[in-house]
Design a binder for this molecule. Structure first.
Ligand SMILES: [Zn+2]
Length: 241
């Protein structure tokens, strides 16, 4: 336990010394209303976890798909090899805080430490030349004034989601597939959220191949997050016209 606190304080101190990411990207209000047609992007939260992350990486590799992993800094420090594999496989690695707290209950200084600590953990694991992407997903998708302000101060872009794979009403891979596909159809695509860590994600690992097969069979484009956001910008421009 002592060792863990020592590690945490080192990371937090390091975080406070690091400059904010130089790329200026305005934080956006969370919006799920405009989604590019027939386009989906895959995001995974709460890993890395040796029980599930490797299986998901294998699945994505087999299908030549790129995803975004919103990694918890604490888990990254525990499983650095997995984080490096995510990077090596060409996926985007982004910040999901250092310890996955109830961020919306924390003060601005604590929120700041969680965000900077998350970035510092990723840099410590992947290497000093690794530019942590500006994407940030708050735990459980909860936001507060302190989270919005800190996100903006650190030039982070808040990324939420449209469809979550996990839901307490679905308990078999078939049910998960059916629910997720029907939501994707209803919303014409979107940012898909699945989890690869913290809890037992066996059902997610079992359901994902079915969902990915459906999406590919139905002609959905499964694109990286930045490509999705660019397409979203275009859709918003068209809406404005
Ligand atoms: Zn989470």
């Amino acid at each position: 336990m002592k060792k863990w606190f020592l590690l945490l304080s080192v990371v937090l101190t390091l975080a406070l010394l690091l400059p904010a990411h130089p790329r200026a990207v305005a934080a956006v209000e969370p919006t799920v209303s405009v989604v590019p047609d027939k386009t989906v992007t895959l995001t995974f939260d709460d890993g890395p976890d040796p029980r599930f992350t490797p299986q998901i990486l294998d699945m994505l590799k087999k299908r030549h798909l790129q995803a975004t992993f919103f990694v918890v800094g604490r888990n990254a420090l525990e499983h650095p090899d997995l984080v490096r594999r995510i990077a090596r496989d060409g996926h985007t690695i982004a910040n999901h805080t250092l310890t996955h707290p109830h961020l919306e209950t924390l003060k601005p200084t604590q929120v700041n430490a969680e965000l900077q600590g998350g970035d510092a953990a990723l840099t410590a694991v992947v290497g000093p030349s690794f530019a942590v992407p500006h994407f940030f997903r708050p735990p459980r998708g909860n936001v507060s004034p302190a989270i919005l302000t800190t996100t903006e101060q650190l030039n982070k872009q808040l990324i939420l989601w449209n469809v979550c794979v996990e839901n307490h009403t679905t308990t078999t891979p078939q049910q998960v597939e059916q629910r997720v596909m029907s939501l994707i159809h209803e919303r014409h695509g979107g940012i898909l959220l699945a989890h690869d860590g913290e809890l037992d994600r066996t059902l997610t690992v079992q359901s994902l191949p079915r969902i990915l097969d459906d999406l590919q069979r139905e002609g959905f484009h499964i694109v990286p997050l930045q490509t999705y956001l660019d397409a979203q910008q275009q859709s918003m421009g068209q809406h404005a016209l």
